[in-house]
Design a protein around this ligand. Structure first.
Ligand code: PLP
Length: 460
């Protein structure tokens, strides 16, 4: 850096005067890696350009939505066209029907869906439906799983034993926290004993379909099916949060990976329309499982603010004005957002997923080689095409494991990559995001910087 303040630095100074920490979402402040976040001026394909004119290969992808790369011409054109027809109507419009049909077509457990404006709204609304359907208050979540900044879901304390969660944030009432029970991820015994003791109070289990907000944790085999079975046996529901994994881990999200084999024996577990048989109906067989409700966001908005929740028709029909559960949104089903989502889906064919899988695995090998050569302890974990890198020797199965890594080494690795023009998520607890715009040339650019970054990580 020169003595002159960079434009990003002066923007950050200005921002801090009027925006808490200078950012509108905490991780953007670079708190855990230090330094000044580049202010992004523009983005195209796999590249970001900051306010100082530096170019970066982007491995954040706006935390998932930019699966076709930035400013994808088809997506931008669709949004431009939609904008010309009006920005918001507060009335039904074609695009929202089309995108929900697309969601229902692509994800088997979805019978009915409502659109909202963020993943947070989606999980918040799904919980409300689950509590209304069961007439119960308690929600079970897993430590290290993130479901947006919903009061009831910020709780994350407690490991090893089921405990009443402490609020995970100031400003969350004790009453709210008391209704949330946090269990260690992947711990079948903890789930079983909690349900043995308090099953009758539990409205729902909510889980990331595959945890990707403590770094990526591959779910233990059949874990989600086990959660569905356990919840259903007690008359509770299972909500799988696919805000991050949806249309990303695979074409059908993580359910496409651990759901019943597509086209296999038995019909779609959630059944066709008309199987409204009430809360607590268990799927027929052990492996023929489905969540009752699912949540989405990120990819389905193609970069515009969107979330969605859906699942069993009988549950979704509890929503007003059909039923007693109130849920609404001035901008929900916004025509620009649905246009961006539809154009994104149009680009997400089998070839796109095959390419994402190839790019992801090439990148994993390059990172593993560079870190091994430099002698940096690391473990790479995957959930379909998603992956992340932990700076420790042993695999990560719980939040406690995830926290037990060399975050200082990650910080050095991160800054060396940034200097070299590669923009990683500024935290050791995040997935790395590739897009269909990450072609061989882009991967080569990353490959050239990795060895020096790995050496930087090694210099503790
Ligand atoms: C990002 C995320 C959310 C929250 O979505 P927002 O759009 O940021 O509110 C919820 N759940 C998971 C799994 C996420 O990754």
């Amino acid at each position: 850096m020169t003595l002159d303040e960079s434009t990003s630095e002066s923007l950050f100074d200005r921002a801090k005067q009027v925006i808490p920490a200078g950012v509108n979402s905490p991780v953007r402040a670079f708190g855990s890696v230090g330094g000044t976040p580049p202010f992004i001026a523009s983005a195209s394909g796999a590249l970001l350009t900051d306010a100082d004119g530096h170019e970066y290969v982007d491995l954040v992808g706006s935390w998932g939505p930019m699966i076709l790369g930035h400013a994808n011409p088809r997506v931008v054109e669709a949004v431009r066209e939609a904008a010309g027809r009006g920005l918001s109507f507060g009335a039904p419009q074609t695009g929202e029907v089309s995108i929900v049909e697309e969601l229902v077509r692509r994800v088997r457990p979805l019978q009915k869906v409502r659109l909202v404006n963020s993943g947070t709204e989606a999980t918040m609304s799904a919980l409300r439906v689950a509590r209304a359907a069961t007439g119960r208050d308690v929600v079970v979540k897993f430590a290290g799983c993130y479901h947006g900044h919903v009061d009831a879901l910020l709780a994350e304390a407690g490991s090893g034993v089921a405990t009443f969660a402490m609020p995970g944030s100031a400003g969350v009432t004790e009453g709210t926290a008391r209704d949330t029970i946090v269990l260690p991820y992947g711990d079948r015994d903890a789930v079983t004993s909690l349900f043995a003791e308090r099953g009758g109070e539990i409205a729902a289990i909510i889980t990331e379909a595959a945890p990707a907000n403590m770094g990526v944790v591959t779910p233990p085999e059949h874990f989600n099916a086990f959660l569905a079975e356990t919840a259903h046996a007690a008359g509770a529901l299972l909500i799988t949060d696919e805000v991050l994994t949806g249309f990303r881990a695979s074409a059908e999200g993580y359910y496409g990976i651990d759901g019943p084999t597509a086209g296999g024996a038995g019909s779609t577990p959630a059944g066709g329309a008309g199987t409204a048989d009430g809360a607590g109906s268990a799927p027929a067989g052990g492996s023929d499982w489905a969540p009752d409700l699912m949540t989405f966001g990120k990819v389905i908005g193609g970069g515009l603010p969107v979330g969605a929740f859906g699942g069993r028709a009988d549950l979704m029909d509890l929503l007003a004005p059909l039923g007693p559960v109130y849920q609404a949104g001035t901008l929900s089903g916004n025509p620009l957002a649905t246009a961006a989502g539809l154009a994104t889906f149009a680009g997400l064919d089998d070839a796109a997923y095959a390419q994402l899988a190839r790019t992801s695995s090439t990148l994993q090998s390059l990172v593993a080689d560079a870190l091994s050569t430099a002698g940096v302890p690391h473990v790479i974990q995957t959930a379909g095409t998603l992956f992340s890198v932990f700076f420790r020797e042993q695999p990560v199965t719980t939040y406690d494991d995830a926290k037990d890594q060399d975050t200082a080494a990650f910080g050095r690795f991160f800054h060396a990559l940034l200097e070299g023009g590669v923009y990683l998520p500024p935290s050791a607890f995040e997935a790395w995001f590739v897009s269909t715009a990450h072609d061989e040339q882009i991967v080569d650019r990353i490959a050239q910087v990795l060895p020096a970054a790995a050496r930087a990580a090694a210099q503790g």
